[in-house]
Design a protein around this ligand. Structure first.
Ligand SMILES: Nc1ncnc2c1ncn2[C@@H]1O[C@H](COP(=O)(O)OP(=O)(O)OP(=O)(O)O)[C@@H](O)[C@H]1O
Length: 340
């Protein structure tokens, strides 16, 4: 597992004081299928966390266990000091959960549903009205309060589910793929809402969209095949791309002469011979060193040997390439958003 955060004694103590959720060696088997495989991590107060991973990675299963919806095969989840199995009521009180498909009653109006949810959450009768109104204002649902849920757009249904999840203003808000199926405008609105909520709550969301977690989250946990494979801030994950560059060039010379020149370069890790003919070589060079410096040296050396270089360019690894390498999954790129 790749983990970036390094702690000295003082910052470690601070982190310990701030821990809100501890997930320890969590495992979940469906029959013989291992959906969550020895997952351990901690969640600190006041931050936005993103679970990033391809479909079937185990994000929903992990969230369902953390929120007490399903049991784990082994391992522990401690929410604000309460074990989710041993003290489920106290643990669940700290969490507002919006599952991927919110459990809405389509024949209720928004406000009927929220009063019903407030009752289920055992919010005292005297406080219910004030809390429903406060949440509808926060989530910008007031204009829709008398609308039947079945007549709402997907975005407003999502908001209604979210409003119900946070009715009792829990410390932790867990959102499973909150923007799936929304149009671009609704996605922007939900992301803004998440940022607003994060001012007073710890937020954990899951997504398979790299750009989304990069944009909203303070910390990213990358999950693949039930395992945590990397953890860090968006900037720290971006660091992974550094030093992973390839240089592609075409030299008007035969293979033996090109190999002779390259043999003088100790910083070259590996050469792919993309297209070779009697008097031309198109090659790709992998290096972990400064590619600009190597490019300058290569062009000088080939020029000295009177071997013309007709093209040379550097391909920088992107964060998408790194995720591909880490998760081994295919990714689709749409409108600059990367889908794992
Ligand atoms: N109730 C179930 N019974 C059997 N297998 C299941 C069940 N729920 C999930 N799985 C399997 O467990 C694995 C993890 O699924 P999970 O839904 O947690 O992944 P995910 O990362 O949330 O993916 P997605 O984004 O597609 O929801 C998948 O292989 C899935 O098919």
């Amino acid at each position: 597992m790749i983990c970036f955060s390094s702690y000295n004694d003082e910052s470690y103590r601070k982190k310990e004081d701030n821990i809100l959720i501890e997930v320890k060696h969590l495992t979940k088997k469906y029959g013989t299928h291992l959906a969550v495989d020895d997952l351990s991590f901690t969640i600190e107060k006041g931050r936005i966390y993103g679970f990033l991973g391809p479909n079937g990675a185990g994000k929903s299963t992990t969230m369902n266990i953390m929120t007490g919806y399903i049991g784990a095969s082994s391992g522990e989840v401690i929410i604000n000091g309460h074990n989710i199995l041993e003290e489920p009521e106290k643990a669940k009180k700290c969490i507002g959960y919006l599952p991927e498909i919110p459990p809405l009653y389509l024949d209720m109006t928004v406000s009927e549903y929220l009063y019903f949810a407030a009752e289920l959450k055992k919010i005292p009768k005297a406080d219910r009205n004030a809390q429903v109104i406060k949440v509808m204002e926060l989530i910008k649902l007031v204009d829709m309060k008398n609308r039947l849920i079945k007549n709402l757009s997907k975005g407003y249904r999502q908001r209604t589910g979210l409003a119900a999840a946070i009715l009792d203003f829990p410390d932790i808000i867990i959102l499973d793929e909150p923007t799936v199926g929304l149009d671009p405008k609704q996605i922007i609105e939900i992301r803004e809402l998440i940022r607003t909520l994060a001012k007073d709550h710890t937020v954990i969301l899951s997504s398979h969209i790299l750009a989304e977690v990069q944009e909203i989250c303070d910390d990213i946990l990358i999950i693949s095949k039930g395992k945590l494979i990397a953890e860090g801030s968006p900037d720290e994950l971006e660091e992974l791309t550094h030093g992973k560059e390839t240089i592609e060039l075409t030299i008007l010379a035969d293979e033996t002469s090109v190999k002779q020149v390259l043999s003088d370069f100790s910083d070259i890790d590996d050469v792919n011979w993309l297209d070779v003919s009697k008097d031309s070589c198109h090659i790709q060079i992998n290096t972990n060193k400064d590619s600009q410096e190597i490019c300058a040296d290569l062009s000088l050396k080939f020029a000295q040997k009177k071997m013309p270089v007709t093209q040379m360019f550097v391909n920088k690894a992107t964060l998408e390439d790194i995720f591909l390498e880490l998760t081994g999954d295919v990714m689709e790129v749409t409108n600059n958003a990367c889908y794992l």
